[in-house]
Ligand binder design. Sequence first.
Ligand SMILES: [Zn+2]
Length: 237
Amino acid sequence: MRTTHTLHRASDGFLSFFYPEMCLACETHPRAPGDVLCVRCNGTLPLLNYHRQRENPFTIRFWGRLPLHAGAAMMLFTKDSRVQHLLHNLKYNGQREIGVELGRKFGWMLGQSKAFGKPDVIVPVPLHERKEWMRGYNQSAMFGSGLASSLGVEHLPKAMFRTAYTETQTRKSRIERLQNVRDVFEVRQRERLAGKHVLLVDDVLTTGSTLEACALKILEITGTRVSMATIAIASHF
Ligand SMILES: [Zn+2]
């Protein structure tokens, strides 16, 4: 077993000497050592400054829906962009380290911001158990683990669970979508969240109905406050 593993790693090294692994955002330049991005993408991704302002285009999306302590997205999602490639590779191509790396970077950015405020605990939006099993991981939990490591806070990837698969949501109104997702999330570790400032994390913010449904469940627990962070925010959906 060990020998096979070693041989496998050795051949990886051999191949990558001739065929360097490509940046998972631009897919044109080789990745920087130990990173998922090339040097160019590392310096030029469309990072947002939302986390520096208490009210911003992310938090505004939740006005009148729930009390949000703070909220921010790391990057702007646009069609056919490097951000879309990153999210696609994270969700559908098994590249879980994208989530961890972006989480580490964003955690560092959040840690610099007084407006954002440090959470006590990080909770990712859960996938349905069967979906997570098929994918091998929850992409939001990968982002959450990176955030937790650079913020130095606890990560609770199993604090919530999803009780049902939901049908595709793109053609429904916001109200219909919310009703559709409202009852599919449950908190499993209530005692771990009581009295805590919870940072709820997801990959992309579109309508916000999923994040809203999860946040409302957390806010039912005594003494909780909720902030949110996502890898990207979509301006059109
Ligand atoms: Zn690149």
